[in-house]
Design a protein around this ligand. Structure first.
Ligand code: NAD
Length: 299
Protein backbone atom coordinates (compact mmCIF):
# COMPACT_ATOMS: atom_id res chain seq x y z
CA UNK A 1 0.00 0.00 0.00
CA UNK A 2 1.04 3.63 -0.50
CA UNK A 3 2.99 5.49 2.16
CA UNK A 4 1.52 8.49 3.89
CA UNK A 5 1.67 12.03 2.54
CA UNK A 6 1.67 15.14 4.73
CA UNK A 7 -0.58 18.08 3.81
CA UNK A 8 -0.42 21.50 5.49
CA UNK A 9 -2.98 24.23 4.78
CA UNK A 10 -6.55 22.98 4.22
CA UNK A 11 -8.22 26.11 2.87
CA UNK A 12 -10.24 26.68 -0.31
CA UNK A 13 -7.58 24.90 -2.39
CA UNK A 14 -5.79 22.59 0.07
CA UNK A 15 -8.99 20.86 1.18
CA UNK A 16 -10.05 19.55 -2.27
CA UNK A 17 -6.41 18.83 -3.21
CA UNK A 18 -5.87 16.65 -0.12
CA UNK A 19 -9.17 14.88 -0.85
CA UNK A 20 -7.85 13.88 -4.27
CA UNK A 21 -4.73 12.37 -2.68
CA UNK A 22 -7.01 10.27 -0.45
CA UNK A 23 -9.04 9.25 -3.53
CA UNK A 24 -5.85 8.02 -5.15
CA UNK A 25 -5.15 5.81 -2.13
CA UNK A 26 -2.59 7.90 -0.24
CA UNK A 27 -3.08 8.00 3.53
CA UNK A 28 -2.98 11.72 4.43
CA UNK A 29 -1.61 13.31 7.60
CA UNK A 30 -2.65 16.96 7.81
CA UNK A 31 -2.66 20.12 9.85
CA UNK A 32 -4.06 23.67 9.65
CA UNK A 33 -4.00 26.53 12.17
CA UNK A 34 -7.78 26.80 11.79
CA UNK A 35 -9.22 23.56 13.31
CA UNK A 36 -12.56 23.96 11.50
CA UNK A 37 -10.85 23.47 8.11
CA UNK A 38 -9.61 19.99 9.17
CA UNK A 39 -13.09 18.55 9.84
CA UNK A 40 -14.01 17.34 6.36
CA UNK A 41 -10.67 15.67 5.79
CA UNK A 42 -10.77 14.00 9.21
CA UNK A 43 -14.17 12.52 8.30
CA UNK A 44 -12.54 11.05 5.17
CA UNK A 45 -9.99 9.26 7.34
CA UNK A 46 -7.08 11.70 7.38
CA UNK A 47 -5.04 11.88 10.56
CA UNK A 48 -4.96 15.45 11.94
CA UNK A 49 -1.91 16.57 13.93
CA UNK A 50 -1.11 19.72 15.91
CA UNK A 51 1.78 21.25 13.98
CA UNK A 52 3.86 21.11 10.79
CA UNK A 53 6.74 19.66 12.87
CA UNK A 54 4.49 16.75 13.92
CA UNK A 55 3.57 16.11 10.27
CA UNK A 56 7.26 16.13 9.25
CA UNK A 57 8.02 13.67 12.03
CA UNK A 58 5.70 11.11 10.37
CA UNK A 59 5.66 11.79 6.63
CA UNK A 60 8.65 12.09 4.30
CA UNK A 61 6.61 13.66 1.49
CA UNK A 62 4.78 16.88 2.39
CA UNK A 63 2.68 19.32 0.40
CA UNK A 64 1.97 22.84 1.69
CA UNK A 65 -0.87 25.10 0.44
CA UNK A 66 -0.75 28.37 2.40
CA UNK A 67 -1.86 31.96 1.71
CA UNK A 68 1.40 33.90 1.35
CA UNK A 69 5.16 34.18 1.96
CA UNK A 70 5.06 34.84 5.77
CA UNK A 71 2.88 31.74 6.32
CA UNK A 72 5.29 29.61 4.28
CA UNK A 73 8.29 30.94 6.22
CA UNK A 74 6.52 30.08 9.50
CA UNK A 75 5.38 26.62 8.43
CA UNK A 76 8.88 25.65 7.23
CA UNK A 77 11.28 27.52 9.53
CA UNK A 78 9.13 28.56 12.55
CA UNK A 79 9.45 27.08 16.08
CA UNK A 80 6.96 24.29 15.21
CA UNK A 81 7.94 24.22 11.56
CA UNK A 82 8.57 21.32 9.20
CA UNK A 83 12.35 21.77 9.30
CA UNK A 84 12.43 21.23 13.10
CA UNK A 85 11.65 17.52 12.60
CA UNK A 86 12.11 16.84 8.89
CA UNK A 87 13.54 13.41 7.97
CA UNK A 88 16.60 13.20 5.74
CA UNK A 89 15.66 12.63 2.12
CA UNK A 90 12.18 14.14 2.53
CA UNK A 91 10.48 15.79 -0.44
CA UNK A 92 8.79 19.10 0.45
CA UNK A 93 6.49 20.61 -2.18
CA UNK A 94 5.07 24.11 -1.70
CA UNK A 95 2.03 24.84 -3.89
CA UNK A 96 1.30 28.29 -2.40
CA UNK A 97 1.85 31.33 -4.63
CA UNK A 98 4.69 33.25 -2.96
CA UNK A 99 7.79 35.34 -3.69
CA UNK A 100 10.28 33.23 -5.71
CA UNK A 101 13.07 34.61 -3.47
CA UNK A 102 11.35 32.99 -0.47
CA UNK A 103 11.10 29.66 -2.36
CA UNK A 104 14.87 29.84 -2.91
CA UNK A 105 15.47 30.56 0.81
CA UNK A 106 13.27 27.60 1.80
CA UNK A 107 15.21 25.35 -0.60
CA UNK A 108 18.53 26.37 0.99
CA UNK A 109 17.14 25.83 4.52
CA UNK A 110 15.71 22.42 3.54
CA UNK A 111 18.98 21.33 1.93
CA UNK A 112 20.82 22.06 5.21
CA UNK A 113 18.55 19.47 6.85
CA UNK A 114 19.10 16.95 4.06
CA UNK A 115 15.67 17.50 2.49
CA UNK A 116 14.56 18.69 -0.95
CA UNK A 117 12.23 21.68 -1.42
CA UNK A 118 10.37 22.35 -4.66
CA UNK A 119 7.97 25.17 -5.58
CA UNK A 120 4.84 23.96 -7.39
CA UNK A 121 2.21 26.73 -7.50
CA UNK A 122 -1.06 25.98 -9.27
CA UNK A 123 -3.38 27.50 -11.79
CA UNK A 124 -7.04 26.54 -12.03
CA UNK A 125 -9.04 27.63 -9.00
CA UNK A 126 -11.31 25.70 -6.65
CA UNK A 127 -13.23 23.98 -9.49
CA UNK A 128 -10.04 22.52 -10.96
CA UNK A 129 -8.77 21.61 -7.48
CA UNK A 130 -11.98 19.66 -6.86
CA UNK A 131 -11.96 17.84 -10.20
CA UNK A 132 -8.20 17.13 -10.00
CA UNK A 133 -7.49 19.21 -13.09
CA UNK A 134 -5.04 21.82 -11.77
CA UNK A 135 -1.95 22.92 -13.67
CA UNK A 136 1.22 22.67 -11.56
CA UNK A 137 4.27 24.81 -12.43
CA UNK A 138 7.26 23.11 -10.82
CA UNK A 139 10.68 24.53 -9.92
CA UNK A 140 13.57 22.65 -8.27
CA UNK A 141 16.23 20.02 -8.91
CA UNK A 142 15.23 18.09 -12.01
CA UNK A 143 16.13 14.66 -10.56
CA UNK A 144 13.28 15.06 -8.03
CA UNK A 145 10.67 16.02 -10.63
CA UNK A 146 9.50 12.42 -11.26
CA UNK A 147 8.86 11.89 -7.54
CA UNK A 148 7.00 15.20 -7.30
CA UNK A 149 4.96 14.43 -10.41
CA UNK A 150 3.75 11.13 -8.97
CA UNK A 151 1.92 13.06 -6.21
CA UNK A 152 0.97 16.17 -8.17
CA UNK A 153 -0.67 14.22 -11.00
CA UNK A 154 -3.26 12.95 -8.46
CA UNK A 155 -4.39 16.57 -8.15
CA UNK A 156 -3.67 18.03 -11.57
CA UNK A 157 -4.09 17.43 -15.29
CA UNK A 158 -0.84 19.23 -16.19
CA UNK A 159 2.43 19.07 -14.27
CA UNK A 160 5.04 21.23 -15.99
CA UNK A 161 8.74 21.38 -15.09
CA UNK A 162 9.91 25.03 -15.30
CA UNK A 163 13.57 24.92 -14.16
CA UNK A 164 15.47 25.68 -10.96
CA UNK A 165 13.69 26.45 -7.68
CA UNK A 166 11.58 29.64 -7.93
CA UNK A 167 10.78 29.30 -11.63
CA UNK A 168 7.40 27.70 -10.88
CA UNK A 169 6.53 30.87 -8.94
CA UNK A 170 7.80 33.03 -11.81
CA UNK A 171 5.45 31.28 -14.26
CA UNK A 172 2.54 31.57 -11.82
CA UNK A 173 3.12 35.29 -11.11
CA UNK A 174 3.19 36.02 -14.86
CA UNK A 175 -0.03 34.08 -15.42
CA UNK A 176 -1.87 35.85 -12.61
CA UNK A 177 -0.76 39.30 -13.74
CA UNK A 178 -2.32 38.56 -17.14
CA UNK A 179 -5.40 37.05 -15.46
CA UNK A 180 -5.93 40.22 -13.37
CA UNK A 181 -5.51 42.48 -16.39
CA UNK A 182 -7.92 40.28 -18.39
CA UNK A 183 -10.51 40.22 -15.59
CA UNK A 184 -10.52 44.01 -15.17
CA UNK A 185 -10.68 44.40 -18.96
CA UNK A 186 -13.61 41.98 -19.17
CA UNK A 187 -15.45 43.68 -16.29
CA UNK A 188 -15.10 47.21 -17.69
CA UNK A 189 -15.99 46.03 -21.20
CA UNK A 190 -19.11 44.20 -20.04
CA UNK A 191 -20.14 47.24 -18.00
CA UNK A 192 -19.71 49.60 -20.94
CA UNK A 193 -21.76 47.25 -23.15
CA UNK A 194 -24.55 47.14 -20.56
CA UNK A 195 -24.55 50.96 -20.36
CA UNK A 196 -24.82 51.03 -24.15
CA UNK A 197 -27.98 48.94 -23.95
CA UNK A 198 -26.63 45.46 -24.73
CA UNK A 199 -27.93 42.38 -22.96
CA UNK A 200 -24.95 41.06 -20.93
CA UNK A 201 -25.55 37.41 -21.97
CA UNK A 202 -25.64 38.38 -25.63
CA UNK A 203 -22.53 40.56 -25.29
CA UNK A 204 -20.65 37.71 -23.59
CA UNK A 205 -21.73 35.36 -26.39
CA UNK A 206 -20.45 37.78 -29.02
CA UNK A 207 -17.12 38.40 -27.22
CA UNK A 208 -16.67 34.64 -26.89
CA UNK A 209 -16.97 34.18 -30.66
CA UNK A 210 -14.74 37.20 -31.34
CA UNK A 211 -11.19 38.40 -30.72
CA UNK A 212 -11.96 39.80 -27.25
CA UNK A 213 -12.53 36.29 -25.89
CA UNK A 214 -10.49 35.29 -22.80
CA UNK A 215 -10.79 33.02 -19.74
CA UNK A 216 -12.51 35.79 -17.79
CA UNK A 217 -15.12 36.22 -20.51
CA UNK A 218 -15.81 32.57 -21.39
CA UNK A 219 -15.10 30.55 -18.23
CA UNK A 220 -15.37 32.94 -15.27
CA UNK A 221 -17.57 35.80 -16.45
CA UNK A 222 -17.74 38.53 -13.76
CA UNK A 223 -21.32 39.68 -14.57
CA UNK A 224 -24.08 38.07 -12.45
CA UNK A 225 -26.56 36.15 -14.58
CA UNK A 226 -24.24 35.48 -17.53
CA UNK A 227 -22.95 32.08 -16.34
CA UNK A 228 -23.87 29.47 -13.75
CA UNK A 229 -21.48 27.83 -11.30
CA UNK A 230 -19.08 30.78 -11.07
CA UNK A 231 -18.57 33.18 -8.12
CA UNK A 232 -20.48 36.01 -9.92
CA UNK A 233 -23.56 33.74 -9.77
CA UNK A 234 -23.17 33.41 -6.00
CA UNK A 235 -22.60 36.99 -4.77
CA UNK A 236 -18.85 36.55 -5.45
CA UNK A 237 -18.44 34.01 -2.62
CA UNK A 238 -15.76 31.28 -2.74
CA UNK A 239 -13.30 31.21 -5.63
CA UNK A 240 -10.10 33.26 -5.61
CA UNK A 241 -10.07 36.06 -3.04
CA UNK A 242 -9.35 39.69 -3.95
CA UNK A 243 -6.71 39.77 -1.18
CA UNK A 244 -4.87 36.87 -2.80
CA UNK A 245 -4.99 38.53 -6.23
CA UNK A 246 -3.65 41.80 -4.73
CA UNK A 247 -0.84 39.74 -3.16
CA UNK A 248 0.05 38.11 -6.49
CA UNK A 249 0.07 41.49 -8.27
CA UNK A 250 2.34 42.82 -5.52
CA UNK A 251 4.73 39.92 -6.23
CA UNK A 252 4.62 40.78 -9.94
CA UNK A 253 5.45 44.42 -9.11
CA UNK A 254 8.43 43.63 -6.90
CA UNK A 255 9.89 41.09 -9.35
CA UNK A 256 9.35 43.60 -12.19
CA UNK A 257 11.12 46.31 -10.18
CA UNK A 258 14.04 43.98 -9.42
CA UNK A 259 14.45 43.10 -13.09
CA UNK A 260 13.75 46.67 -14.37
CA UNK A 261 10.83 45.34 -16.43
CA UNK A 262 8.04 47.76 -17.45
CA UNK A 263 4.59 46.39 -16.46
CA UNK A 264 2.26 49.39 -16.76
CA UNK A 265 -1.03 47.48 -16.91
CA UNK A 266 0.14 45.16 -14.12
CA UNK A 267 0.72 48.27 -11.96
CA UNK A 268 -2.77 49.64 -12.58
CA UNK A 269 -4.29 46.21 -11.89
CA UNK A 270 -2.37 46.06 -8.59
CA UNK A 271 -3.71 49.48 -7.51
CA UNK A 272 -7.30 48.53 -8.43
CA UNK A 273 -7.16 45.30 -6.40
CA UNK A 274 -5.57 47.12 -3.44
CA UNK A 275 -8.35 49.73 -3.52
CA UNK A 276 -10.93 46.93 -3.57
CA UNK A 277 -9.35 45.34 -0.48
CA UNK A 278 -9.68 48.67 1.34
CA UNK A 279 -13.32 49.09 0.26
CA UNK A 280 -14.83 45.86 1.58
CA UNK A 281 -14.08 43.45 -1.27
CA UNK A 282 -11.16 41.70 0.47
CA UNK A 283 -12.83 38.33 0.99
CA UNK A 284 -14.92 38.35 -2.20
CA UNK A 285 -13.81 36.59 -5.37
CA UNK A 286 -11.57 38.72 -7.61
CA UNK A 287 -14.26 38.86 -10.34
CA UNK A 288 -16.14 41.28 -8.01
CA UNK A 289 -14.12 44.02 -9.75
CA UNK A 290 -17.26 44.24 -11.91
CA UNK A 291 -19.31 45.23 -8.84
CA UNK A 292 -16.57 47.64 -7.76
CA UNK A 293 -16.62 49.42 -11.15
CA UNK A 294 -20.42 49.71 -10.97
CA UNK A 295 -20.12 51.39 -7.55
CA UNK A 296 -17.64 53.88 -8.95
CA UNK A 297 -20.18 54.95 -11.55
CA UNK A 298 -21.58 58.42 -11.26
CA UNK A 299 -19.19 59.43 -8.47
P1 NAD B 1 -7.03 29.92 1.95
O1 NAD B 1 -6.77 31.15 2.72
O2 NAD B 1 -8.42 29.48 1.67
O3 NAD B 1 -6.29 28.66 2.66
C1 NAD B 1 -5.05 28.73 3.30
C2 NAD B 1 -5.08 27.83 4.53
O4 NAD B 1 -3.79 27.87 5.17
C3 NAD B 1 -6.11 28.27 5.58
O5 NAD B 1 -6.96 27.16 5.91
C4 NAD B 1 -5.25 28.71 6.77
O6 NAD B 1 -5.88 28.45 8.04
C5 NAD B 1 -4.00 27.85 6.56
N1 NAD B 1 -2.82 28.38 7.26
C6 NAD B 1 -2.35 29.66 7.28
N2 NAD B 1 -1.26 29.75 8.04
C7 NAD B 1 -1.00 28.50 8.50
C8 NAD B 1 0.01 27.94 9.34
N3 NAD B 1 0.97 28.71 9.87
N4 NAD B 1 -0.05 26.61 9.62
C9 NAD B 1 -1.03 25.83 9.11
N5 NAD B 1 -2.01 26.30 8.30
C10 NAD B 1 -1.99 27.62 8.01
O7 NAD B 1 -6.20 30.09 0.58
P2 NAD B 1 -6.42 29.27 -0.79
O8 NAD B 1 -7.46 29.96 -1.60
O9 NAD B 1 -6.53 27.82 -0.48
O10 NAD B 1 -5.01 29.57 -1.51
C11 NAD B 1 -3.79 28.97 -1.09
C12 NAD B 1 -2.68 29.41 -2.05
O11 NAD B 1 -3.00 28.99 -3.39
C13 NAD B 1 -2.48 30.93 -2.11
O12 NAD B 1 -1.09 31.21 -2.20
C14 NAD B 1 -3.20 31.33 -3.38
O13 NAD B 1 -2.65 32.51 -3.95
C15 NAD B 1 -3.00 30.12 -4.27
N6 NAD B 1 -4.05 29.88 -5.27
C16 NAD B 1 -5.37 30.00 -4.98
C17 NAD B 1 -6.33 29.79 -5.96
C18 NAD B 1 -7.80 29.94 -5.67
O14 NAD B 1 -8.59 29.94 -6.65
N7 NAD B 1 -8.24 30.04 -4.43
C19 NAD B 1 -5.94 29.42 -7.26
C20 NAD B 1 -4.58 29.26 -7.53
C21 NAD B 1 -3.64 29.50 -6.53
Amino acid sequence: SKTQVGFIGLGNMGNPMAKNLIKHGYPVIATDVFPESCKELQELGAQILDSPADVADKADRIITMLPSSPNVIEVYTGPNGILKKVKKGSLLIDSSTIDPAVSKEMAVAAEKMGAVFMDAPVSGGVGAATSGKLTFMVGGVEEEFTAAKELLSCMGANVVYCGQVGTGQAAKICNNMLLAIGMIGTAETMNLGIRLGLDPKLLAKILNMSSGRCWSSDTYNPVPGVMEGVPSANNYQGGFGTTLMAKDLGLAQSTATNTKTPVPLGSVAHQIYRMMCARGYASKDFSSVFQFLREEEGQ
